[in-house]
Each structure stands twice: as structure tokens, then as C-alpha cells.
Design a protein around this ligand. Structure first.
Ligand code: NAP
Length: 294
């Protein structure tokens, strides 16, 4: 359990601890197995945000001793070419995890591509089999961002049993799998979205409130139950009055911090946890392949 003198859920510090543990485990296992774990991040086009995320992931891999088999393709790469790349990575014995960096350029069908990933190498937990295992509460690779949120709540011993959790956002990437994970942890779960009426009356119920929308300032102090735990998944880039660009979440941090029991900063909250869970998933696949229980 983390000790804290303020009310921050420090995802950066926890992610660093997870990375140190993984590094030690990989150092111990690699000589025995004869190779390091491997992760392939497939990126298409030159979206600057995606490029930054991919660099971050590859840097994190290097930090813990996971080999990167990153492949970056021009924006006009065809669906067929990418499917062939995925098939080759599925067969590649050095690769334990495959991730397709989203969003893809518009002419590509990302869902069809994700279906091509060998489920045991589904580092991002987005293959229908991984999602089906989550629905059935069977062991499997879990989506990284929701898994990171759950790990953070667990680290700070946030009691979920019987508590009202409110997730804002229902994407397949974050909102839906997160709601299922909270349900699995015995929370009572509400999911709000863009068609929900009177968002404030829903968010105000949340003992645990988790916005995953992508709208800066969407959640104000008036929308938060006093004493709630607030985990801000949203990430948006904004330019301030001085022309300086910075990352912000969905929560109006300064006002909400005063009413929340615990709150994640942005950056430094869920973002680093997502990367840590990606490394953890890759390591878990590597162990599973070699019959090592984790
Ligand atoms: P998404 O696919 O665009 O989904 C956004 C969700 O928000 C949708 O379900 C949408 O509802 C809902 N929504 C939009 N406007 C709303 C409103 N005014 N009130 C209530 N709900 C509203 O986005 P995503 O991929 O889930 O990502 C969400 C955010 O998390 C983004 O800022 C993204 O950058 C961030 N993110 C962060 C991490 C991380 O590591 N921290 C990882 C992934 C994503 P409808 O379904 O009705 O359209």
C-alpha cells in the first residue's frame, strides 16, 4: 500500500515500482529461458500523439529488458499488408505481445486487424476472445488502461465491494471493460455516456468516479460526491493563455481535488499505469508460453 501525505493517487510512482519488479523478474528468468520477452508495436502513419505514445512504450520496454520489435508503416499501407505483418508477428517466436497503435488511418479496418492477432499475444487485451474472457470472469489478458485503473485502486486499498462506481464513457477501449472489471470487484456500476440525461445527478452518486471521455473540464466539483475517489482517464492537449501546450484530464483538477478523498493527477495518474500494464501483459504471455506461473 502506498503512503501519501496528500490525496493524490500517484500512478507514476506505482508504475515505476511495477517496472522495477518486472525488470528484476526478467533479469532472473531470461538466462533460464534463453531470451527476453518481446513486444511488437505496430504503428501506421505519423499521428504525433501516437508517435509519442509509441516512443514511450518502447522506452519503457528498454527500461525493463523487454525487446522491442516495433514496426512503423507509412499512412497509405494497405489492410492486406498489415494483416501479413500481424501474421508474421503471430509466428515470430521472439514476440510475446503484439499491439496495434490506435487510431489507424481511416481507410483501414482496425477491428478486422485486431481480430488477426493471436489471442495469446494480445498485449492490449482488445481481441474478442480477451474481451469475452473478461465478460466471463475467466483469466486472460486484460485491456491495459482499465487494468491500470484497477491496479491503482487496489494499491491504495480503495474498498470497491458494494460501493457505487460511476464510469463516464462507454468505449470498447476503456469504459466498457472498466465497468466489467469494477463489477468483477463487486462494485455497483453505472455507465454514463453522451446520451445520458442529467450527467451531474449520475456522477454525484459515485463513491468512485471514473471519467474516460476526452473533454477537458467536463467534471466539476459540483458533480462529485464529497469524499469520492476520482480516477481521471481522459487525456487532452490544451494550449493555455501563454500559448503553452499541456496535457489535461476530464476533471477540473483544482476544484475537484478539494472535495475528493483521492484523485489522480494528469499527467502522472492513469497514463503511466497503462504502459506498466502493457509491460505486465507482455511478461505474463512470456511466462505462460514457458509454463511459468505468475
Ligand atoms: P472515445 O472512444 O472517444 O469514447 C469517449 C466516450 O465518452 C464515449 O463513450 C462517449 O459517449 C462519451 N462522451 C462523449 N462526450 C460525453 C459527454 N459530454 N458526457 C458524457 N459522456 C460523453 O474515447 P476513449 O478511447 O474511450 O478515450 C477516452 C479518453 O481517455 C480520451 O481522452 C483518451 O485520450 C483517454 N485515454 C487515456 C488513456 C490513458 O492511458 N490515460 C488510455 C486510453 C484513452 P458515446 O458512446 O455516446 O459517444
Amino acid at each position: 500500500m502506498s503512503t501519501t501525505t496528500n490525496n493524490l493517487l500517484d500512478g507514476k510512482a506505482l508504475a515505476e515500482r511495477i517496472q522495477s519488479q518486472l525488470k528484476a523478474q526478467i533479469e532472473a528468468l531470461s538466462p533460464q529461458i534463453g531470451r527476453s520477452p518481446g513486444l511488437a508495436v505496430v504503428m501506421v502513419g505519423d499521428n504525433p500523439a501516437s508517435a509519442a505514445y509509441v516512443r514511450n512504450k518502447e522506452r519503457a520496454c528498454a527500461n525493463v529488458g523487454i525487446a522491442s520489435f516495433g514496426q512503423h508503416f507509412p499512412a497509405d499501407t494497405s489492410q492486406l499488408e498489415l494483416e501479413q505483418v500481424i501474421h508474421a508477428l503471430n509466428q515470430d517466436e521472439r514476440v510475446d505481445g503484439i499491439l496495434v497503435q490506435l487510431p489507424l488511418p481511416e481507410h483501414l479496418d482496425s477491428v478486422a486487424l485486431l481480430h488477426q492477432i493471436e489471442p495469446n499475444k494480445d498485449a492490449d487485451g482488445l481481441h474478442p476472445l480477451s474481451l469475452g474472457r473478461l465478460v466471463r470472469q475467466e483469466p486472460g489478458l486484460r485491456s491495459c488502461t482499465p487494468a491500470g485503473v484497477m491496479r491503482l485502486l487496489q494499491e491504495y486499498q480503495v474498498d470497491l465491494k458494494g460501493k457505487q462506481a460511476v464510469v463516464v464513457g462507454r468505449s470498447i477501449l476503456v469504459g466498457k471493460p472498466l465497468a466489467l472489471m469494477l463489477l468483477e470487484a463487486d462494485a455497483t456500476v453505472a455507465i454514463a455516456h453522451s446520451k445520458s440525461h442529467d450527467l451531474q445527478s449520475i456522477t454525484k452518486q459515485g463513491d468512485i468516479l471514473i471519467p474516460a471521455v476526452g473533454r477537458p473540464g467536463l467534471i466539476t466539483a459540483a458533480m462529485v460526491k464529497p469524499g469520492a475517489v476520482v480516477v481521471d482517464v481522459g487525456i487532452s492537449r490544451v494550449t493555455d493563455a501563454n500559448g503553452k501546450s499541456r496535457l489535461v484530464g476530464d476533471v477540473d483538477f483544482d476544484s475537484v481535488q478539494k472535495v475528493a478523498q483521492l484523485i489522480t493527477p494528469v499527467p502522472g495518474g492513469v497514463g503511466p499505469m497503462t504502459v506498466a500494464m502493457l509491460l505486465q501483459n507482455t511478461f505474463n504471455s512470456y511466462c505462460q508460453l514457458h509454463g511459468i506461473s505468475v
